[in-house]
Design a protein. Structure first.
Length: 670
């Protein structure tokens, strides 16, 4: 008996499903479905939905329909269409529907035509198969296609449309007949209220036929890729289970076998990357492996679908003893005659040993007056400021802000526009540094009458010698919110020069927490999400920000090559601010006290006795000469150590000659 009862129940259940009648609130819409030829059949003929001719629409009848054309039927309400969940094609065009059309439940939909419907909103969220949309002459102000697969759409005549989001991971091309005969178009003629179009990066080059010059086309309406993607996240930690030091700014390499991208550990000790489908290998660069044992060496993730998250944590332990410090000097507020100039010194422990030591700033005391520093100086001497530091951990960076006042044209010595200010930043410790060439940075800065708060600077200047092409170029991009309201998000986009070795990119410092990616080989993007940068009128000091990074020229650059770069700065959804172009030319540099010379470095500097000369890679010294300010030779040596303890206190120049030329730097005798 139990078997009979179960069979009867199953039979009743099947009958109930097949006989379930759909509620169609609008009688006129129901009549259209029941009595008109609105269903396209597989043989291309048309029929009504009511196949059993009972005057009702059963659920089974609705589920049998894949193509429904109810266009131009005088409809005002199509509630109930959500039951036709197997629809791939729906046309409801030229009906006075008004209000919202919500078809988000029709998840199999590939084609939708809803033009001339007087709609104020359209919900197609989650229609991942929807590729074609014709929705012209409607009244919506916002249209979001980011969760669809739309690549072909027509929106002409939508006079109220202000915001369009087509960042869905699929490239939509400008109106064109494709070679295979298909038609692809995203045309918005007459949508003159359109303020912003959010698009995928690949289609920015096509979305140029916007209705008016005030329409912003951007990809930065969100900080993740459009459409489906995966997430790789993790941290890099030194002394795991012990001090757990975060490896801040440690580069992460992510490769799919063809293209290698990159990101870095942020200030919170984490990194994030958003790959698509395929196998992706996550690893640390070889430079990290030379200092640390890396556990595990790498991760490999094979993504066959999107929406997945994988964690890739790395643990570092020191590999031998490698003390290594570096220092960099960047301008924060440019020098103007008679005004204060501000500089930022950043020093970093890029080795694997805890370090203590000092940082010095050498400057021209006669024309620059020390005003203040954060943190406060440890000591001050003529032409020099000194800060002591202790227990600088591996991966740790510390910064110093210094404010100096520039002499005016009325002071003696006078400073005028176009004059050159000479600076040198130095970091020292008791340990023997593995790469002493980056323990010193020279910076020669031109005095300006005014400056742009959104700019780009290369610290090495407009020229480098051919022997310096193996050294880093240090760039800083400064930005300031000069608008009238806080900027919620800021993005720096920098298409790096093809004369730069993109794989050597290293982030140095930033004013605010950030995430960066290096994709497409040379596309550097720095994301400041939720930065809430104040406007100048509300908080002038707080309205500033910057990102500093360093990168090496390619080994293939030759004499007279010009390395050019500029950046685009995006404040929320405004047009980007394009910075000045910075150019560094590879040239034959001789003796020039005004050029940044990284052919060699000297340390300690200032000094009361011994001067050590550290030559750049592949360089050997022929002769070193010490001269005074009058150009008179004082001392000559053929070695890398010179004793100047017998000289009077003051400023001298040291000229180092090699087989490839000679260069000069300033030294201070204490």
């Amino acid at each position: 008996m139990k078997t009979i009862y179960i069979s009867i129940f199953v039979l009743f259940l099947c009958f109930s499903v097949n006989a379930q009648i759909i509620t169609i609130p609008d009688a006129y819409f129901k009549n259209v479905l029941v009595t008109t030829a609105c269903v396209q059949l597989p043989n291309q003929s048309y029929d009504d939905v009511d196949t059993n001719n009972d005057g009702e629409i059963q659920l089974s009848e609705a589920l049998a329909v894949t193509k429904l054309d109810i266009s131009d039927r005088g409809l005002t309400n199509i509630s109930g269409v959500e039951n036709f969940t197997n629809l791939t094609y729906l046309s409801c065009a030229s009906n006075a529907l008004g209000g919202e059309l919500n078809v988000s439940m029709l998840t199999n939909l590939t084609d939708l035509e809803c033009s001339n419907c007087q709609l104020t909103s359209l919900n197609v969220d989650g229609l991942t198969h929807l590729t074609r949309l014709y929705a012209f002459s409607n009244n919506f102000t916002v249209l979001d296609l980011s969760n669809t697969a739309v690549v072909d759409f027509y929106l002409g005549g939508c006079t109220s449309l202000q915001y369009l989001n087509i960042k869905n991971g699929f490239t939509t091309y400008n109106c064109a007949i494709l070679l295979d005969g298909s038609y692809s178009c995203h045309f918005w003629a007459g949508c003159n209220a359109l303020q912003m179009v959010c698009a995928d990066e690949e289609e920015l080059q096509y979305t140029i036929a916007v209705p008016n010059s005030g329409t912003v086309v951007t990809t930065y309406c969100s900080f993740e890729p459009g459409g489906g993607y995966n997430t790789i996240t993790g941290n890099v930690t030194l002394d795991c289970g012990g001090t757990n030091i975060s490896a801040v700014n440690q580069n992460i390499s992510i490769s799919n076998g063809t293209i290698t991208g990159g990101t870095a550990v942020n200030g919170n000790g984490q990194y994030h990357f958003y790959p698509g489908l395929g196998t992706h290998v996550v690893s640390l660069p070889a430079s990290a492996a030379s200092l640390f044992n890396i556990t595990p060496p790498a991760y490999s993730f094979n993504f066959t679908t999107t929406g997945n998250t994988q964690t890739a944590n790395f643990c570092l332990t020191p590999n031998g003893v490698h003390p290594d410090l570096e220092v960099a000097l960047f301008p924060m507020v440019g020098p103007r005659p008679g005004f204060d100039a501000m500089y930022y010194i950043i020093y970093k422990n890029k080795g694997n040993q805890v370090q203590s030591g000092s940082v010095q700033l050498v400057f021209e005391d006669a024309i620059l007056d020390y005003i203040s520093a954060i943190p406060t100086i440890t000591s001050q001497a003529t032409n020099q400021l000194t800060w002591g530091f202790t227990n600088l951990m591996p991966f740790e960076s510390r910064g110093i802000y210094v404010t100096l006042n520039v002499n005016s044209p009325q002071e003696t010595p006078a400073v005028n526009n176009g004059d050159i200010l000479h600076y040198q930043a130095i970091v020292n410790s008791a340990l023997t540094d593995e790469t002493p060439t980056d323990n010193t940075m020279n910076y020669n800065q031109t005095v300006l009458g005014s400056y742009d708060p959104n700019d780009k600077t290369v610290v090495q200047g407009t020229q480098i010698g051919l022997s310096q092409t193996g050294d880093y170029l240090n760039y800083i991009v400064r930005f300031q919110n000069t608008g009238t309201a806080a900027a919620e998000n800021v993005v720096i986009k920098d298409m790096l020069s093809d004369k730069l070795e993109w794989s050597t990119l290293q982030m140095v410092s930033s004013s605010h927490p950030y995430r960066y990616t290096l994709t497409s080989g040379n596309k550097l993007e720095v994301f400041y999400q939720n930065i809430n940068l104040p406007a100048t009128i509300d908080d002038e000091p707080g309205s500033h920000g910057y990102i500093a990074f360093k990168i090496k020229p390619k080994s293939t650059v030759v004499l007279n090559d010009a390395i050019q770069n500029r950046a685009s700065i995006y404040f929320d959804f405004n047009f980007p601010i394009i910075t000045n172009m910075v150019t560094t030319t590879v040239s034959n540099l001789g003796i020039d006290g005004h050029q940044n010379s990284n052919l060699f470095s000297v340390y300690p500097n200032p000094t009361s006795g011994i001067v050590n000369i550290a030559m750049a890679a592949n360089q050997s010294i022929t002769k070193a000469t010490i001269t005074n300010l009058l150009g008179q030779n004082i001392l000559t040596s053929g070695g890398t150590t010179i004793d100047i303890s017998s000289l009077n206190k003051g400023t001298y120049f040291i000229t180092v000659e090699t087989e490839k030329g000679k260069q000069t730097q300033r030294i201070i005798k204490l």
